[in-house]
Design a protein around this ligand. Structure first.
Ligand SMILES: [Mn+2]
Length: 331
């Protein structure tokens, strides 16, 4: 892992970017199945670099999910087949080739990742030429704010601020999780001062659910099983559940929080299998002393100490749940 201090990494990355020829095309990708922090970090960085006259674009998503449709910068999203070997590729909120969008996985070795900006644990050594990595950052958007603030030519505006605000709000559970630090709130204050419409964004992200999503939640709630004297809760959604409510996998983003909200539960797991041919997705939330990233690593996944996930191909929900119970029992 990178032992260089965050300040040093920010300074180096800022110098690296500032030295680029303005004609160099910068292309920014986040991870597969983007969430609020992935969209917010990628678009916020893209707009922030453009405010300095740099030639920045995003790649890896072609549309925004409806709750994020208010974000600006979609006109700078390129299709993957437009990428060229001499593009300057930045990967954000993702620290391993395994989590890149599928269509980018094949071509990224030709381009190479010039810069990785992320806050997850388990960086794949050699993934990028340069990094801004800090596992203590609440969100990748927090790191991008710091990077842009290190670059004197940045002209912050409300579009940049709303993108980064969205990343921070969604990754901190609206400034509530333990990853929320004094710095997170300081950055939040600076973003608000740029004109973030906080109430409007809250309404878009958290108060505009389609009814089918609530029906899907109802199915998850019905599935929850609390075990080990109330310490462990496991809930799941099968491909039949998704089909019955006309939902896709991304409609269940953050559903693990429902499982996590049960009193006294220390390990909360949400298993979903949106399509029979797709992998089973495991989302895990833990309280001390349980290490969610270590448990998910046994399934080939990763994340943070109290919030992690894994994608398990060729398995059923029952098989993943059985292995999870076994791992927890052995702790
Ligand atoms: Mn994140």
């Amino acid at each position: 892992m990178n032992k260089v201090s965050l300040d040093e990494q920010l300074k180096n990355a800022a110098a690296y970017l500032s030295a680029l020829d303005p004609a160099t095309r910068i292309v920014i990708s986040a991870h597969i199945h983007p969430d609020g922090d992935a969209y917010g970090t990628a678009l916020g960085l893209c707009l922030g670099l453009r405010s300095q006259g740099l030639n920045a674009y995003c790649v890896g998503f072609s549309s925004l999910r409806p709750e994020y449709a208010f974000l600006h910068g979609m006109e700078y999203v390129l299709p993957v087949d437009a990428l060229k070997d001499d593009d300057f590729l930045i990967v954000v909120d993702c620290n391993t080739p395994k989590r890149l969008p599928d269509e980018l996985k094949e071509i990224f070795p030709n381009i190479g990742v010039s810069l990785c900006i992320d806050h997850h644990m388990g960086y794949t050594e050699g993934f990028a030429k340069q990094t801004v990595i800090n596992e203590d950052a609440a969100a990748s958007s927090e790191l991008v704010y710091q990077l842009l603030a290190t670059m004197p030519k940045t002209r912050f505006d409300s579009a940049i601020a709303e993108a980064l605000w969205t990343g921070i709000v969604t990754d901190t559970g609206r400034f509530a999780y333990s990853n929320t630090s004094p710095l997170t709130l300081e950055i939040g204050a600076k973003l608000l001062a740029e004109g973030v419409r906080s109430e409007y964004i809250n309404e878009q992200v958290y108060g505009s659910q389609p009814l089918k999503r609530l029906k899907l939640q109802q199915r998850l709630i019905s599935s929850i099983n609390v075990e080990a004297q109330g310490k462990i809760a496991i809930g799941f959604l099968t491909s039949e559940d998704f089909a019955a409510e006309d939902c896709v996998g991304s409609d269940s983003e953050n559903f693990v929080d429902i499982v996590r909200s049960i009193r006294d539960v220390e390990i909360a797991a949400f298993l979903r299998h949106p399509e029979p041919s797709a992998p089973v997705n495991l989302s895990l939330r833990t309280k001390a002393p349980y290490d969610a990233a270590a448990i998910c690593a046994k399934f080939g996944g990763g994340g943070h100490i109290h919030a992690a996930g894994a994608s398990v191909a060729g398995a059923t929900i029952d098989e993943v749940a059985a292995k999870l119970r076994q791992i927890i029992a052995s702790l």
